[in-house]
Design a protein around this ligand. Sequence first.
Ligand SMILES: Nc1ncnc2c1ncn2[C@@H]1O[C@H](COP(=O)(O)OP(=O)(O)OP(=O)(O)O)[C@@H](O)[C@H]1O
Ligand SMILES: [Mg+2]
Length: 222
Amino acid sequence: MNFDLHNFIILNSIMFITFEGIDLSGKSTQIRLLEDYLKGKKKKVVIVREPGGTVISEKIRDILLDKDHELMDDTTEFMLFSASRRQLTNEIIIPSLKSRHYVISDRYFDSSTAYQGYGGGLDLKMIGAVNSIASNGTVPDITFLLDIDINCWLKRKKSLSRSADRIESKKITYYRKVIEGYRNIARMNKKRFEVVDGSMNIDDIHRSLISSIHRFEKRKSQ
Ligand SMILES: Nc1ncnc2c1ncn2[C@@H]1O[C@H](COP(=O)(O)OP(=O)(O)OP(=O)(O)O)[C@@H](O)[C@H]1O
Ligand SMILES: [Mg+2]
């Protein structure tokens, strides 16, 4: 990012917030509540989702989630996620932060590290290098990990009886690796991460997110 000092000062009071966690961990639920809360405080808010969020990125999302693409190579999959992310970052995230919007992203580069790295076994160094390019060096101010275990995931999955898309039909052992992967990433990025027990009730989680944001905002403006 080639921000000048003026941009830096403006961005210093604005938050880039990302949500991470396995499928059904409650990201969309919490993002909706947080959006309402911030808008209620008259903040300008932009919500984006990964993979997707721009015309080009949504097309890449369709390729990624297509059940007919069983032959997709793991690295191809990762590159597609990264291409989608790069487009989203440059087209939406950076300009929105510059125009003083809170940006909330439903998944960001930590998803690649957790799913394609820890879950799929791709080289973590390679993922880290590509993540930097895909995000154009844009690191979230705060990343919420909604942490649920495999039993909670199975319970929610059964109660919804969703039809499985290509990624969701991968095995339980894969999900276990992703859950552990997320916990590792959070441990290695303690300053940026807030790990929240995703099995708590929805309102308690929401309240805890808001107090974390206040704490991070205070720290950022100091
Ligand atoms: N804290 C919670 N306790 C119980 N159920 C919850 C909780 N949070 C969300 N749910 C329920 O779990 C399901 C999944 O929630 P949600 O869609 O928000 O998850 P998600 O992380 O966005 O999933 P995906 O990655 O598949 O988009 C929904 O039916 C939602 O109502
Ligand atoms: Mg969701």
